[in-house]
Design a protein around this ligand. Structure first.
Ligand SMILES: Cc1ncc(COP(=O)(O)O)c(C=O)c1O
Length: 380
C-alpha cells in the first residue's frame, strides 16, 4: 500500500472480530468476556476498536479511567464498563453518574460510592477485589468475606463482582495456582453463605490460556484480543493461541538511500561504525513515534521482504538500517517495523524483546503522531 503517510499503523478490525470469536470459543458459553480497551485500546484506537467489539459481541469493557469509559459510551450505549484501577475520591460522583462499575478494595471506598449513589438515587454495581498476590489493589483474602458482607449492607451499592489479578500468570504457574487457591477460598466462602455474586473473574490473557480453572464466569483478556500471545507461554498454549492474529501492523518509509564507506560512524553517539562499505537507508520513524530507542543497533525491520538491521542510534524522527543485501531499495519504499512483508514477519513481542520491553509497552507507546489506518471499516 503506497500512502502519503511517513509512519503509520494499520489496524485490521476483522482480526479483532476473529480474535474475540476465538477467545469465546476457547472459554465456552458459560464464561463471559470483558475486553480490556484501556490506553486507547492498547494503542489501536479506542473508538474503532470499541465499535468492532460491540458488533462482535463483547460482554463488558475494561477501562483505566472515566475518559475512556465516556469514549465507549459515545460509541454505543448499554455495555457494562468496569474501571480496572481504583477511582480517585473526586472521580466517585462522576463514576456513579456515568454508570461505570468500580473496583473496590476497602470499606471506605465502598462507603464513598454508596453515599454518591444514594445522593444520585442510583445503584452502583461494585466489584470487590481480593489481593491474592499482586499487591496493587484489593483486600486481604482473610478480610474479604467480612468486607463483602458489609458491602451488601450498604444501600445504593450492589456487589456485582468479585475479582483478583495474577502477578505472574505468564511464567510462574506455582504462584498463580497459589493465587487461584486463595481466591477460590473467598469465592467458596461467599457461596457457602448463600451470597451470589454475578461476575467472578481473575484471568487476563495469560491465565486464560494457561489456567482453565481460573476462568470462573468472566475472563478479562487484553493482549490476546489484539492478537498477541503474552510472552513466556508454554509450548502447548503457544500452539493453541496461534489461532489469534495480530491486529496491528506498524510501517514507515525509506526517505533516502546512500552508500557509506568502511570506518564511517553512523548516528548520534557514534555507536555504530561501518565495518565495510554499506548501503544505508534512512527511515521515517524514530522514538518520537514510539519506536524504542533501546532497540538501537539491535532491532531489524523488513524492506523488500528481507530483514534489515538497525544501525546506530534511533533518533527522534529517523533511524538508519543496513540495506546492503536488498536490491533495489528506493526512497518511498514501504518498511515494516511490526507485521508481515513477503515471507517474513516481525512481531510485537520480538520488537519488545530487542528493546528490553514488553508487547504491552510497545503497543501503547506508539505515539499520537502515528495515524491509525483502519482496514475492514467503512470509516477507514
Ligand atoms: C486488572 C487487569 N485485568 C486484565 C488485564 C488484561 O491483561 P492482558 O493484556 O495481559 O490480557 C489487565 C491489563 O493490564 C489488567 O490490569
Amino acid at each position: 500500500m503506497r500512502t502519503a503517510y511517513r509512519c503509520w499503523a494499520e489496524v485490521d478490525l476483522e482480526a479483532i472480530r476473529e480474535n474475540l470469536a476465538w477467545i469465546r470459543h476457547q472459554v465456552g458459553p458459560g464464561v463471559q468476556v470483558l475486553t480490556v480497551v484501556k490506553a486507547d485500546a492498547y494503542g489501536h484506537g479506542l473508538r474503532h476498536i470499541a465499535a468492532r467489539l460491540m458488533q462482535s459481541g463483547t460482554d463488558i469493557f475494561g477501562v483505566a479511567n472515566l475518559v475512556e469509559a465516556r469514549a465507549i459510551r459515545a460509541v454505543g450505549a448499554g455495555w457494562p464498563i468496569l474501571m480496572l484501577g481504583a477511582c480517585l475520591p473526586e472521580e466517585v460522583v462522576d463514576a456513579v453518574r456515568d454508570e461505570v462499575m468500580p473496583v473496590i478494595s476497602t470499606a471506605a471506598e465502598a462507603r464513598e460510592f454508596a453515599n454518591a449513589a444514594r445522593r444520585q438515587r442510583r445503584i452502583v454495581r461494585a466489584h470487590l477485589k481480593v489481593d491474592t498476590g499482586m499487591g496493587r489493589l484489593g483486600v486481604d483474602p482473610g478480610e474479604a468475606f467480612e468486607l463483602a458482607q458489609s458491602l451488601r449492607q450498604l444501600p445504593g451499592l450492589e456487589l456485582a463482582g468479585l475479582c483478583t489479578h495474577f502477578a505472574a500468570a505468564e511464567d510462574d504457574p506455582d504462584f498463580t495456582r497459589e493465587q487461584i487457591t486463595r481466591f477460590r477460598e473467598v469465592v467458596d466462602a461467599l457461596a457457602a453463605a448463600g451470597i451470589r455474586v454475578p461476575w467472578i473473574h481473575a484471568s487476563g490473557s495469560a491465565a486464560l490460556l494457561n489456567e482453565e480453572s481460573a476462568r470462573f464466569n468472566l475472563v478479562r483478556p487484553g493482549l490476546l484480543v489484539y492478537g498477541i500471545v503474552p510472552p513466556g507461554q508454554r509450548a502447548v498454549d503457544r500452539h493453541l493461541s496461534s489461532r489469534v492474529r495480530p491486529v496491528l501492523a506498524w510501517k514507515c518509509r525509506v526517505s533516502l538511500v546512500k552508500t557509506v564507506p568502511a570506518g564511517v560512524s553512523l548516528s548520534y553517539g557514534r555507536t555504530f561504525v561501518a565495518p565495510r562499505a554499506l548501503r544505508v537507508a534512512t527511515l521515517t520513524v524514530g522514538y518520537g513515534d514510539g519506536y524504542p530507542r533501546a532497540a538501537s543497533n539491535v532491532a531489524s525491520v523488513l524492506i523488500g521482504g528481507r530483514r534489515c538491521p538497525v544501525v546506530g542510534r534511533v533518533t527522534m524522527d529517523q533511524m538508519l538500517v543496513d540495506v546492503s543485501h536488498v536490491d533495489p531499495v528506493n526512497p518511498g519504499d514501504e518498511v515494516v517495523l511490526v507485521g508481515r512483508q513477503g515471507k517474513q514477519e516481525i512481531t510485537t513481542p520480538e520488537l519488545a524483546g530487542w528493546s528490553g520491553s514488553i508487547p504491552w509497552e510497545i503497543l501503547t507507546g506508539i505515539s499520537h503522531r502515528v495515524p491509525r489506518i483502519y482496514l475492514g471499516s467503512e470509516a477507514a
